[in-house]
Design a protein around this ligand. Structure first.
Ligand SMILES: Cc1cc2nc3c(=O)[nH]c(=O)nc-3n(C[C@H](O)[C@H](O)[C@H](O)COP(=O)(O)OP(=O)(O)OC[C@H]3O[C@@H](n4cnc5c(N)ncnc54)[C@H](O)[C@@H]3O)c2cc1C
Length: 438
C-alpha cells in the first residue's frame, strides 16, 4: 500500500518556482481554481478548448439546473466579482445553463486577472514532466510539467508549468452507445443520425427531430429531459415518435421512488413515468446494444434482449448514456484511480453512486484528490470519473483546498467544510455502460 505523503512540497529547482500553475478547462470549477489563485497571488494559466469560458455548459445551455444560484457560485469568485460591481442573481432561483454562463461564468472569465491568463481555443492533448515519461523517477518532482497544447489553427506546442489542475470535465467524452463500453460497431455508418446528450429539441435542433422516429438511449436525467421535450414535440409535430431504449429492466435513476430526497428529481421521474404510461414514450427495456447499421432511410440498432437478437429501427438516436473522464491525455502521469469509477482512489468510496446520492457526499479536498504524481490534481466533474453525482458546491471546496495546498497553506488545505444543499441535485446521467452507475 502506498502511504500518502503529506509533507509540504519544497521546490528546489529555481526555474520551477517561476512557472505558472496550469489549469485545464475554463468551466465553473476551473475558473473557481483561478479565482482562488488570484486571491493568493499565485501565477497561473487557464487553457480552454472552446471559444469561450463555459463552453461545455453552453452545449446544454437550454437545460435548467436543479440547484439554485446560492449553490452555484464559488466564494472566492463571488468576492472578486462583487469587488468589480457584480451582483448575485436571486439566490433561490435555479438558472438555465445559458444563464449560468451569461450571468456568472462569462463575467468571472472577463475579470482582468483571469482574462489576461485565459487562453481560449487551446486544447490540452497531453501532460507529462519535461523529458520524463511516467517510468522516470529521479528528480521527478522537481521537474516542471509539460502540457502539450493544440490551438484552433492546428499549431502544437509544449508549455511548462509548476503544477497542474485538470478541471476539464467529462462533457466532451460521452460513453459510447454500445453496452460493452467500446465504440459501437458500425458507428461510422450511422454517425450522422446520432446526436449527443441534451439536444435543444424544442429550439435550435427542432428540425432534426420533427416528424421523425427518435430513440433516446440512456437511463439518466439527461435522457429524462430529452424524452419530455420530445413528447412535447410529438404533440406539436405529427409523425414524431419517441422510443426510450435502456439496458436495465428499470431506469432506477429516473423513475420516481418514495424515498427520493430530491423533489425536483422525483418530479422529473414522475413525468417520464407518466409519459410512458400514457403511451407518449415507448419503453424498450433490457436491450444491450451491440451494433448499428444503415437501413433504408433510417438506421437500426442491433442488440440482445432477453436472450434474443433484436433490431430496432429508427431515424435519429440521442446518445444519453452518460460521460467518462478523458484519461488518454494523462497517459504519462502517475495516477491512482479507482478501478470501477475511475475517480481518485481515496475519493471513490465517498462518491460511490450505489451508496451516495449527491447530497450525501462527504466534504473532501486535496487529501482525497492526491495522486502519486505530486502537484497534479483532477478536480470538478472529471474528479468523479464515471459517477454521475457531482455538484458544483463540492467542486468549489475541492479547488479551495487544492489551491491552499499548492500555496503551502496546509492548515487551510486540510480543513474541508462543505454545506451541501438540502435541495441538491443529481442531474447528470446514469452511466449505462458501467456497473457503478446503472
Ligand atoms: C444537464 C446538466 C445539469 C446539471 N445541473 C447541475 C446542478 O443543478 N447543480 C450542480 O451543482 N451541478 C449540476 N451539473 C453538474 C456539473 O456541476 C456541471 O457539469 C458543471 O459544468 C461541471 O463543471 P466543471 O467545471 O467541472 O466542468 P465543465 O463545465 O464541463 O467544464 C470543463 C471545461 O473544460 C474544457 N475542456 C475539456 N477538455 C479540455 C482540454 N483537453 N483542454 C482544454 N480545455 C478542455 C471544456 O471545453 C469546458 O469548458 C449538471 C450537469 C449537466 C450536464
Amino acid at each position: 500500500m502506498t502511504l500518502l505523503d503529506l509533507t509540504p512540497h519544497v521546490v528546489t529547482d529555481d526555474r520551477v518556482t517561476t512557472l505558472p500553475i496550469a489549469i485545464i478547462g475554463a468551466g465553473p470549477v476551473g475558473l473557481a481554481a483561478a479565482a482562488h489563485l488570484v486571491e493568493r497571488g499565485i501565477d497561473f494559466v487557464v487553457f480552454e478548448a472552446g471559444d469561450h469560458a463555459g463552453s461545455s455548459v453552453r452545449e446544454w445551455g437550454h437545460t435548467r439546473l436543479f440547484s439554485p444560484w446560492e449553490h452555484l457560485v464559488d466564494a472566492a469568485s463571488r468576492r472578486l466579482l462583487e469587488a468589480s460591481g457584480w451582483t448575485m442573481p436571486d439566490p433561490k432561483r435555479a438558472p438555465s445553463g445559458d444563464e449560468l454562463v451569461a450571468q456568472y461564468v462569462a463575467p468571472l472569465a472577463a475579470l482582468e486577472p483571469i482574462a489576461s491568463r485565459l487562453r481560449t481555443g487551446v486544447e490540452v492533448i497531453g501532460v507529462t514532466r519535461e523529458g520524463m515519461d511516467r517510468t522516470r523517477t529521479r528528480a521527478r518532482f522537481a521537474t516542471p510539467f509539460a502540457l502539450r497544447v493544440r490551438t484552433v489553427d492546428g499549431a502544437i506546442e509544449d508549455v511548462a508549468a509548476r503544477a497542474v489542475i485538470d478541471a476539464s470535465g467529462t462533457y466532451r467524452s460521452p460513453n459510447p452507445l454500445s453496452s460493452g463500453g467500446l465504440d459501437l460497431l458500425g458507428m461510422a455508418e450511422i454517425a450522422d443520425r446520432v446526436t449527443g446528450a441534451l439536444p435543444d429539441v424544442l429550439g435550435r435542433d427542432r428540425t432534426v427531430f420533427a416528424g421523425r422516429r427518435v430513440t433516446v438511449v440512456g437511463a439518466g436525467h439527461s435522457a429524462a429531459n430529452t424524452l419530455l421535450a420530445l413528447a412535447e414535440l410529438a404533440r406539436q409535430e405529427p409523425g414524431t415518435t419517441v422510443t426510450w431504449l435502456i439496458r436495465n429492466a428499470k431506469a432506477v435513476r429516473v423513475s420516481s421512488s418514495a424515498d427520493d430526497e430530491l423533489a425536483d428529481r422525483a418530479r422529473l421521474g414522475n413525468r417520464v413515468d407518466r409519459a410512458v404510461a400514457d403511451g407518449e414514450v415507448a419503453l424498450l427495456d433490457g436491450v444491450e446494444i451491440i451494433r448499428g447499421r444503415r437501413a433504408g432511410d433510417g438506421v437500426e440498432l442491433i442488440g440482445h434482449r432477453r436472450g434474443e437478437v433484436v433490431a430496432h429501427a429508427t431515424d435519429v438516436v440521442v446518445n444519453a448514456t452518460g460521460f467518462r473522464p478523458d484519461l488518454a491525455m494523462l497517459r504519462e502521469i502517475r495516477l491512482e484511480l479507482d478501478e470501477i469509477v475511475e475517480a481518485p482512489k481515496r475519493l471513490a468510496p465517498l462518491i460511490d453512486p450505489n451508496v451516495h446520492s449527491c447530497g450525501t457526499v462527504e466534504p473532501h479536498g486535496f487529501r482525497e484528490l492526491t495522486h502519486p504524481e505530486r502537484d497534479f490534481f483532477v478536480v470538478g466533474m472529471k474528479s468523479y470519473g464515471r459517477a454521475p453525482t457531482f455538484l458544483l458546491a463540492t467542486g468549489y471546496e475541492q479547488v479551495r483546498s487544492v489551491t491552499a495546498w499548492l500555496a503551502g497553506d496546509t492548515a487551510s488545505a486540510a480543513t474541508v467544510e462543505l454545506v451541501l444543499p438540502a435541495t441538491g441535485v443529481c442531474s447528470t446521467d446514469a452511466n449505462e455502460a458501467g456497473g457503478c452507475c446503472s
